[in-house]
Design a binder for this molecule. Structure first.
Ligand SMILES: NC(=O)c1ccc[n+]([C@@H]2O[C@H](COP(=O)([O-])OP(=O)(O)OC[C@H]3O[C@@H](n4cnc5c(N)ncnc54)[C@H](OP(=O)(O)O)[C@@H]3O)[C@@H](O)[C@H]2O)c1
Length: 322
């Protein structure tokens, strides 16, 4: 496993991080806590030292499992978690006052609730789970971040960018007051390359590349007949025949370009790591098998330049979260 510095912090995080949404137990169905803990332990064994969770993932359940794995790890594992919007509305709508989403007292108490779930002394990276640059001048988040850091409850701070709208965080990045941003960056959504990733390099801000496998589309596992149980987030994301047909069409085109014997998920994760602004890519991986194949990719380094040129053609502008 190779490690990269997280922005201007002194922290070296693993190129492959662990995305812990799926293990929350309520939005991704089908796994058990024992399987999740086994996957987390295996990831840690293989050099993963960054885990991205959130209070909203299973209402604290993901944080509890992550805390169990981290406390048993025997070495430093960096935990990134998130403050959910107080009004529980994702994504934030333009014109929403910060008072209904992130008032100061709520930011402090949410971080404290995460610490209780994790049963850890500190949160290595606290991120706001929604963000709009309309709030950039507001005092609430600035003061809460400063006070949480001063108290030692939080080490570094950041935001999670709105789905497919990386430019919605450029103003907060320019303040120099945050250490990291988390953003959708994958073969289909390459939009962060235009403004966010260059700005991250200029300001020395860490980038966590989230949803690198497009919720499973970029693994090649979604077919026209694929179904998910009711209540599983993916039943919503991949809903209807037309969405699945489009996924198959785009994935087939990608496969044709990559050629025989090239692994789609491997290429998708290495695509993210090929950009120098990316600090870590954080696939969701509830199974040990996926942990093992993903953790091995870091040693392969960036994709060849010709592959990166070919992948440019596969950018696909759409929003399945709506
Ligand atoms: N708003 C936000 O801040 C936000 C939103 C979404 C996600 N995130 C973060 O980003 C992380 C990653 O996104 P995600 O988990 O939603 O989706 P993702 O990483 O794009 O895809 C996860 C899916 O890919 C599968 N997979 C992983 N490695 C594989 C491999 N080598 N071969 C085949 N399949 C593989 C997983 O299977 P198994 O799980 O069965 O192993 C799972 O079904 C989340 O866990 C979370 O930490 C943040």
């Amino acid at each position: 496993m190779k490690y990269r510095k997280l922005g201007k912090t002194n922290v070296e995080i693993s190129e492959i991080g662990y995305g812990a949404w799926g293990i929350g137990g309520s939005q991704w169905l089908g796994g058990t806590d024992d399987q999740s803990l086994a996957a987390l332990r295996r990831a840690i064994d293989l050099g993963v030292n960054l885990i991205d969770t959130a209070l909203a993932y299973g209402d604290g359940h993901s944080e509890q499992l992550v805390g169990d794995a981290v406390r048993a790890a025997g070495r430093k594992i960096y935990v990134a978690t998130k403050v959910p919007p107080k009004n529980r509305a994702w994504p934030v709508k333009s014109g929403t006052p910060i008072s209904s989403v992130f008032p100061y007292d709520y930011l402090i108490s949410s971080a404290e609730e995460s610490l209780r779930n994790l049963r850890l002394e500190t949160i290595d990276l606290l991120q706001l789970h929604v963000w709009t640059d309309e709030w950039v001048e507001r005092d609430e988040w600035r003061r809460a971040f400063e006070d949480l850091k001063r108290s030692g409850k939080v080490q570094s701070v950041g935001v999670s960018a709105t789905e497919h709208d990386p430019d919605s965080t450029l103003a907060i990045m320019r303040t120099g007051l945050i250490d990291a941003v988390q953003v959708i960056y994958n073969i289909f959504d390459q939009t962060p390359e235009a403004h966010m990733l260059p700005l991250a390099r200029e300001m020395n801000i860490g980038i966590l590349a989230r949803v690198p496998l497009d919720e499973g589309a970029l693994t090649g596992a979604i077919g026209e007949a694929t179904t998910f149980p009711a209540g599983d987030f993916r039943a919503y994301y991949f809903r209807g025949a037309e969405r699945k047909r489009q996924v198959v069409e785009h994935v087939d085109a990608l496969r044709r370009d990559l050629g025989e014997g090239v692994s789609l998920p491997d290429t998708a994760l290495r695509f993210c790591l090929s950009h120098p602004a990316v600090s870590s890519v954080i696939p969701g991986m509830r199974s040990r098998r996926h942990v093992e194949s993903n953790a091995a990719l870091s040693n392969l380094g960036p994709l060849p330049a010709a592959t990166l040129v070919a992948l440019k053609r596969h950018a696909w502008n759409r929003n399945f979260y709506n």
